[in-house]
Design a protein around this ligand. Sequence first.
Ligand code: ATP
Length: 251
Amino acid sequence: MALEVKNITKRFGGIHALTDVTFRVEEGEVFGLIGPNGAGKTTMFNIITSMFPPTDGEVVFSNKRLTGKKPYEITKEGVCRTFQNIRLFPDMTVLENVTVGEHCRTKSGVFASVFRLKSQKVEEEKIKTKARELLQLVGLGKYEDTFADNLAYGQQRRLEIARALASDPALLLLDEPAAGMNEKETNDLFDLIQKIKKLGITILLIEHDMPLVMRICDRIAVLNFGEKIAQGTPDEIKNDPHVIEAYLGQE
Ligand code: ATP
């Protein structure tokens, strides 16, 4: 269940967003992807989830090639993500936002046949039960009937994570989950990531909040101008002169 990112290069016209980036995320670890603005971190997520193809290189998860698959097929392979900017359905309830995520993986899906209404109903109940469990996990159990738009910012971020978890990922990609959070919300996020890790889900984390990154990650890779400049444990990264010069020195 390891993620292998092999020699990924991505160019947008003349922009070299990523150049020959290779790393491997082991099953069960929290792996951080850090670096200055524009370093290519989100581009890497977009390539892993096949939102667009790499110019060169390939991504393999659990010994299966993800590169070349459609984004919905990536979800079925057990890889799910959140986005840098919150993408909830604001006019749907908290519970509905999570059940949408579950429909991505269930057989009935949103296009269920009307001839299978009875089994669909049973399936719907199962989906709701699981959605409620996920809302408990992320600390939003009592908000299931609230419209997503009415949640506080940190709660909306946690709802996004619940929705991503609803498709049963083996690998969860989190794109700056702590962005805009206050200290209490960041601490709650730390606890939540720990809980997700304990469920056996591997996590690839993009984050600018360095205290959080250093506390939560098992290993970290650092990108700068699209190139990997370092990889190691939090202690190794903190003390790497190239990383200090390119990124940490600015914090
Ligand atoms: P941040 O920390 O600010 O989110 P990042 O490390 O995630 O930055 P990316 O968003 O991956 O960086 O951007 C890397 C480079 O690729 C930037 O120069 C960006 O402008 C460029 N880029 C990203 N997506 C596209 C696109 N769809 N079309 C053209 N250029 C793009």
